[in-house]
Design a protein around this ligand. Structure first.
Ligand SMILES: Cc1ncc(C[n+]2csc(CCOP(=O)(O)OP(=O)(O)O)c2C)c(N)n1
Ligand code: SF4
Length: 307
């Protein structure tokens, strides 16, 4: 698989977006990680023509009421079940018209891990030329904070008030198992790595999937100003591995964690959603160990840990 930007036969015109992708005056909560992901995406796509497909989630409420829009790019609002299929249609239409428009599906974890998984899987299996970005706030934020299959063990939500008893789904592993050309996690606390991945994923061809851990002060019961620090703690402690997988087989760890137990304790301590369940850090550490062992399985396929 060639990972160079491929635009053979396409009309490549440089976009010049005079407005940001996420305009000021949007209604997102203060400290929203999804907002930051959109700002980074806007910067990475400054010279691209992009079209967005957004299913039901906070990200589509962001757009605001017709005829206004907080987005500085065309956005198609889709149902959960059809988001990846709608993006596929737009991508094929752009290709037939000879345009180099990059189609970006932007969805929450509920729309990705749960309700939209069937068409997401189908698009990955067909290797459709779309970039799918999941901002993962680990709840159904837009409807009041119910649990999703991305909600971690022990987190209180409106449907798991005593703390979730089932562990988080490994959606990256699922998408990578399709043999997708590019699958990666994105840390908002590591902007250089994040921008590199966004730029690469915008330029690359075929199915690309980015997962962004997106702090949500409203659902996480955390201070809006703590969001980036929380992501940094999640990365340092090994809770959120920062890596990329090419073609479902070659993995690279981009940020080495120091597995600092204090960082782990602080991560949980700063979030009200973990207060009810009295998190057993030994159980969490065992879970982190399992995750890194699974990641290490790719080692035989050529995993390399970057400094
Ligand atoms: C098929 C279907 N079921 C339920 C809903 C109601 N609904 C709208 S947004 C939402 C939550 C989405 O959660 P997520 O994808 O995690 O995004 P977030 O709201 O957290 O940004 C739900 C359940 C819907 N629109 N369609
Ligand atoms: S509920 Fe969470 S994800 Fe939704 S806008 Fe507010 S902070 Fe962002």
């Amino acid at each position: 698989m060639n990972h160079e930007p491929i635009l053979d036969g396409m009309i490549r015109t440089e976009a010049d977006r005079s407005e940001p992708l996420l305009r000021a005056g949007n209604t997102n909560c203060g400290g929203c990680g999804m907002s930051l992901a959109l700002l980074m995406l806007g910067r990475a796509a400054a010279k691209h023509h992009i079209q967005m497909v957004i299913p039901a989630c906070c990200g589509i409420v962001t757009a605001g009421p017709y005829p206004y829009s907080a987005y500085g790019a065309p956005v198609m609002a889709a149902t959960f079940a059809s988001a990846a299929a709608c993006a596929t249609g737009l991508s094929h239409t752009a290709r037939l018209n000879g345009e180099d428009t990059r189609v970006v599906c932007f969805a929450g974890d509920g729309g990705t891990f749960d309700i939209g998984l069937a068409t997401l899987s189908a698009a990955a299996e067909r290797n459709e030329d779309i970039l799918y970005i999941c901002y993962d706030n680990e709840i159904y934020g837009n409807t009041g904070g119910q649990r999703s299959s991305a909600t971690p063990l022990g987190a209180s939500t409106t449907t798991t008030p005593a703390g979730k008893t089932v562990r988080k789904k490994d959606v990256l592993g699922i998408i990578a198992a399709h043999g997708a050309p590019y699958v990666a996690t994105v840390s908002l606390a590591h902007p250089e790595d994040a921008m590199r991945k966004l730029r690469f994923a915008l330029d690359a061809k075929g199915f690309r999937f980015l997962h962004v851990l997106a702090p949500c002060p409203t659902g996480w019961k955390s201070e809006p100003a703590d969001g980036i620090e929380l992501v940094r703690l999640a990365v340092r402690s090994g809770l959120y591995p920062v890596y990329e997988i090419f073609d479902g087989e070659r993995a690279t760890v981009n940020v080495k964690p120091d597995h600092d137990p204090e960082a782990l304790a602080t991560y949980f301590g700063k979030q009200g959603r973990f207060r009810r369940a009295q998190i057993d850090l030994e159980v969490v550490k065992a879970e982190i160990g399992r995750t890194w062992r699974r990641l290490g399985m790719f080692e035989r396929g050529g995993i390399t840990a970057a400094e």
